[in-house]
Write a protein that binds this ligand. Structure first.
Ligand SMILES: Cc1cc2nc3c(=O)[nH]c(=O)nc-3n(C[C@H](O)[C@H](O)[C@H](O)COP(=O)(O)OP(=O)(O)OC[C@H]3O[C@@H](n4cnc5c(N)ncnc54)[C@H](O)[C@@H]3O)c2cc1C
Length: 339
């Protein structure tokens, strides 16, 4: 399917209006790490890049959606600040990360990405430009649209610009190799992340006294390599079930995993896995109130849903879709339950 790459919000508006007129579904694309449906016209953010406004004293930045995480980090690092977005995928776009609600490993300390999205400019499925929130941390009345579009996967419209709240980067970053990251977390003051991986535990702190913990210390944050196996998924469970989830993933033959203690998100990769094992794992996570989301399906058949069971809020989500995009032009069917 063909691709268009608008370079201004006015061009986005025109393209969405044309698509609506032609009843042609659109698929929005950042760096393209998520698979594109073949019958949609792809609208890329590759020409909507760069920083619109950066006020280091206010700890706020406004960026265009196609800006990569690396480009944003480079600018913020000069001022010792960070937007605390995913750490290991520098080529991904801010728009793609916000649209998919992806958070990094530092979520334990700083909360999810949605906590930092304080403003957004979106173009709805009617081709209307909506500015919501802005450059104040506390300015929300009515719908909190910036939070609503975070994790909307483009189903409510195209995200053109995003305002992010920033954090100062820690002055004494430490990564400590530990036997058991779950237990080290509970013995550390304000840990930044506590990860369990297939090669052992890692505790991240900004405490210069971290050397009192048991393992070797590196005086920077060293994150696990991105998981790049044939099948990749995210297992989300209540934080208390992380240890049991790790055991189950081990039984399933997981080749790689990164489990976030205190958060409950486990990124997992398999060189090979049976569909029946995924179904069993998913049934276990859903019974505990969690989910298993397939990010790369490899040999798994298309009949296996990316998301698993539909959420209880499905009815509300369909009503929101109707409000923002009644003709289902923007990423139709992208969310669980076909929203
Ligand atoms: C191996 C692998 C592992 C992954 N692991 C995770 C994970 O652990 N957690 C996680 O959350 N995600 C994960 N993902 C999904 C995806 O990579 C992330 O969501 C990523 O941050 C998306 O960035 P991107 O720039 O590649 O966006 P894309 O992949 O291009 O887009 C992501 C989604 O957002 C939509 N979108 C993109 N830009 C816009 C925009 N400007 N306006 C509206 N909608 C837009 C797209 O249509 C798509 O639905 C994984 C993907 C892969 C391939």
């Amino acid at each position: 399917m063909s691709k268009v790459a608008p370079s201004s919000i006015a061009e986005v508006v025109a393209l969405i209006r044309d698509a609506r007129h032609d009843q042609q579904p659109l698929w929005f694309m950042g760096s393209g790490s998520t698979e594109t449906p073949s019958d949609h016209l792809t609208m890329s953010t590759e020409k909507l890049v760069g920083i619109v406004d950066y006020q280091p004293d206010d700890l706020i930045v406004v960026v265009r959606a196609g800006t990569t995480l690396a480009e944003l980090d480079d600018t913020l690092e000069e001022h010792g600040q960070s937007a605390v977005l995913p750490e290991t995928t520098p080529n991904r776009t801010v728009g793609g990360v916000v649209a998919s609600g992806a958070s990094g490993y530092r979520r334990h300390r700083y909360g999810p990405t949605s906590n930092r999205v304080i403003g957004a400019t979106i173009v709805t499925g009617y081709g209307e430009v909506v500015h919501a929130g802005g450059q104040l941390v506390k300015n929300v009345t009515g719908f909190d649209l910036p939070r609503l579009v975070t994790g909307s996967y483009g189903s409510l419209g195209f995200i053109a610009e995003i305002s992010l709240k920033l954090w100062p980067t820690p002055s004494a970053p430490r990564t400590v190799r530990v036997e058991d990251a779950g237990s080290a977390r509970t013995r550390t003051y304000q840990p930044i992340a506590a990860l369990e991986t297939e090669t052992g535990g890692l505790l991240y702190t900004s405490d210069p006294g971290a050397s009192t913990l048991e393992g070797p210390v590196t005086e920077e944050f060293t994150w696990p390599d991105p998981i790049d196996e044939r099948v990749v998924a995210a297992v989300n469970v209540p934080a208390r079930l992380v240890a049991e989830a790790i055991a189950r993933l081990g039984d399933s033959g997981a080749t790689r995993f990164v489990a976030q203690h205190g958060v409950g998100v486990i990124d997992v990769g398999w060189a090979d896995i049976d569909e029946a094992q995924i179904v069993e794992l998913r049934a276990w996570t859903e019974a505990g109130g969690g989910s298993l989301v397939i990010h790369r399906r490899g040999p798994l058949s298309e009949t296996l849903s990316k998301w698993g069971g539909a959420p209880a809020s499905l009815d509300i989500q369909f009503r929101l879709k109707e409000l923002f995009d009644s003709d289902r032009i923007c990423n139709p069917g992208v969310l669980p339950g076909g929203v």
